[in-house]
Write a protein that binds this ligand. Structure first.
Ligand SMILES: [Zn+2]
Length: 115
């Protein structure tokens, strides 16, 4: 996928989620979502996205790494769009201060309720 096509897809997914959040009464006014063609190594391995919280007055920046997303989506047999949607939901949850533990708890409750 070309970087332009990836950026376009990322923008579509981000706009869709922003609409959902606005409908739910949540404002997304302090976050920037951007893509990068760099691959970044982190302590935990390859990063597919990173949230950088800088200062309270500055927006959170979510950087999405195209190359890693493409490899991981292919490995999971997922469409890039679906992968990006799950990824952005996760990063937006961090933006709203959810920890991984809280996210897993919510997911587990949801599974329990749907059984
Ligand atoms: Zn996370």
């Amino acid at each position: 996928m070309t970087p332009d096509a990836f950026d376009q897809l990322l923008a579509e997914v981000a706009n869709k989620l922003a609409e959902e959040l606005t409908d739910a009464g949540l404002l997304l006014n302090n976050i920037v979502i951007r893509s990068s063609s760099e691959v970044v190594e982190t302590l935990q391995g390859r990063a597919y996205a990173a949230v950088h919280t800088r200062a309270p007055s500055l927006p959170d920046v979510v950087t999405v790494y195209q190359a890693v997303v493409e490899v991981d989506a292919a490995r999971e047999g997922k469409e890039i769009r679906d992968y990006l949607e799950r990824l952005l939901r996760h990063e937006l949850a961090h933006h709203f201060s959810y920890s991984h533990e809280a996210m897993y708890r919510i997911q587990a409750n949801r599974k329990e309720m749907s059984q």
